[in-house]
Design a protein around this ligand. Structure first.
Ligand code: UT7
Length: 334
């Protein structure tokens, strides 16, 4: 039985920085409201014709491979998490396989929104533990700026979400004291409609074009019941982090670094307070990138890692909550 170690991290974000004051020009909002209610100061928006969800994922993956001291040909399998694939089908994993120009290895897409990266990590961990694969890329990438309603009607969501990609390289280790100690995955589909994009959908008889002509336009934009999601998020984050700590007989004070999915700075701060963690043990970067959904954890992980805040032997927890509803955690001995 092998353990799974994260041996490389990387990220890529589009060049274009969009500040809160730029959003003030597009919709009825203020920098003050956005910073106070969400913590976001700026986010990145993709450049059409240059950035795609798959090529951003590939750039993040190449950075993670370089960090690991490996080449693309060393990868045995790809797991790609996104809610914003460039095509209805096929998924982005196969596009990355082509862009990296690797042999015909398997590529799996994961559809678990903000929890997608941890779900992907958990799947990859099982493949490595059983010995099926030795080296796996797990990628989270999103382009969300072009699915938002950027009028005042969509302001509650448009100000929070951003574009970006992050990736890790996983490798088998025979050291039982190192790597992913456990992962914990949850879902509650009865609340699926509380955070959703309904169109394009396969539940109707008519195609999307016909439905758009008939007035289904609102359904192509994301809908979020903000207060409902917020309330569930603050409960589930603490719960799933404690689940991971309990399973491995640790206490919150044993943690060296918590990387929460960057949903809202107030949610991260609430989680931090409930676990009694000091500021240096929680990595937040929502201020710079907004909420990048499946990419937020690997981007934050890469920043913390490259900043020297995660070192050999550290106890690191990743935790996420989002649409599905889904929530998840991973506890890692680095
Ligand atoms: O990553 C997936 C998980 N996602 C989350 O965890 C997000 C969870 N939810 C949230 O982060 C928060 O609910 C929001 C940031 C989305 C909204 O914050 P809130 O404090 O719950 O505000 P609200 O929706 O209750 O709105 C309060 C007021 C409303 O005005 P009235 O009705 O009190 O007059 C909104 O219309 O703020 C207004 N508002 C805005 N004002 C300026 C909503 N969005 C904006 C905006 N700018 N962008």
């Amino acid at each position: 039985m092998y353990n799974t170690q994260i041996i490389g991290t990387g990220h890529y974000v589009p060049d274009r920085v969009v500040t809160n004051s730029e959003l003030e020009e597009m919709m009825d909002t203020t920098d003050e409201w956005i910073v106070e209610r969400t913590g976001v100061q700026e986010r990145r928006w993709f450049e059409a014709g240059k950035d795609t969800v798959s090529n951003m994922g590939t750039k993040a993956a190449l950075s993670a491979l370089e960090n690991a001291g490996l080449e693309a040909k060393d990868v045995d399998f790809i797991v790609f998490a996104t809610l914003s694939p460039e095509y209805y089908f096929p998924g982005c994993g196969v596009l990355v396989q082509d862009q990296l120009n690797i042999g015909t290895i398997g590529a799996l897409d994961v559809r678990n929104q903000c929890s997608g990266f941890i779900y992907g990590l958990s799947v990859a961990d099982q493949y490595i533990k059983t010995g099926m694969y030795k080296t796996i890329l797990v990628i989270g990438s999103e382009i969300q700026s072009n699915i938002m309603d950027k009028s005042s009607n969509g302001r509650a969501m448009a100000v929070i979400f951003g574009d970006g990609a992050g990736a890790v390289v996983l490798q088998a280790t025979e050291d039982p004291g190192k790597g992913i100690l456990s992962t914990h995955l949850h879902s509650q589909g009865k609340h699926a409609m509380e955070l959703t994009v309904k169109e394009p959908s396969t539940i109707h008889k008519d195609q999307i074009i016909k439905r758009l002509i008939d007035g289904a336009e609102a359904d192509i934009y994301p809908y979020m019941n903000g207060k409902f999601i917020f309330k569930h998020a603050i409960e589930r984050f603490s719960e799933v982090i404690n689940e991971a700590l309990d399973k491995n007989h640790y206490k919150p004070s044993d943690l060296d670094m918590l990387i929460p999915h960057q949903a809202n700075l107030r949610i991260s701060q609430f989680t931090q307070r409930s676990l009694g963690l000091t500021d240096d043990k929680v990595w937040n970067n929502i201020q710079k990138y907004g909420n990048t959904t499946s990419a937020s954890i690997p981007i934050a992980l890469n920043e913390a890692h490259r900043a020297g805040k995660i070192n050999d032997g550290d106890l690191v927890c990743l935790a996420a909550f989002g649409s599905g509803l889904t929530w998840a955690s991973a506890l890692i001995r680095w």
